[in-house]
Ligand binder design. Sequence first.
Ligand SMILES: C[S@@+](CC[C@H](N)C(=O)[O-])C[C@H]1O[C@@H](n2cnc3c(N)ncnc32)[C@H](O)[C@@H]1O
Length: 239
Amino acid sequence: MSITHLSKKIAKRFLTKFGYEINKIVPNRHDFHGFRLYRYLKDDGSFDYESYKRIQMEGNERKINNIWVREENIAFLSDYIKKLIGAPRFGICHGTRMGKEQEWFRKYLNCEVIGTEISPTAEHFPHTIQWDFHEAKDEWIDATDFIYSNSFDHSYDPEKCLNVWMSCVRTGGLCILEHSPEHGPSGTSELDPFGADIVQMPYLILTWGKGKYGVREFLQAPSKQEDHEYLCFIVVQRF
Ligand SMILES: C[S@@+](CC[C@H](N)C(=O)[O-])C[C@H]1O[C@@H](n2cnc3c(N)ncnc32)[C@H](O)[C@@H]1O
């Protein structure tokens, strides 16, 4: 552990003891009604897509050997999907880095599952395409039985993003969003631009869905990192 990290930890403990806390002030951070968003802006104030893409690609390469998703959770979700909507034929996982989620969904569901990844490292992993998940391919529209992502916090525009994902999900199909405290407002940074508290998510999803989809239920993940207070799945269903 570095000296900076250690001193931050000690300062945090000390302040917590006396009822205070430190929050990092991220530049370009904007607080909206119920969520926080880091904004990528050019000097003229317009959206800087190239900067978003570069930051995501650099983050991907820096963390290329990290695997967040857990096999036990994908096995659990596979069972849940089968029980709820029957045997799926096609699924998409968004923001998949090493592509483990599509590998495990394929193993447990025995169907076609692909992953999207914005970084060119996508080409090194099976069933993974280099693709920005804010866009959809024509053949995905209304044709996807389920979507899974633990990378929704990497969206530069969560409303646009969820609407694109839900336009792919067929009627009755599911979009499963993984959520931990790290997906909350305090986890927001230039690499993880979107953060919302778990209690705020159903409100945001219902507002963005405008009656086309909604939250069906929350599932507690059977496996989580020890230092995470919770890890859950928000099940969004297309009406
Ligand atoms: C937190 S990591 C999760 C990786 C993987 N799902 C796992 O469990 O290990 C987020 C991943 O999403 C990718 N990503 C970020 N923005 C993206 C976008 N707009 N479209 C597709 N992938 C994106 C990043 O490059 C990164 O590899």
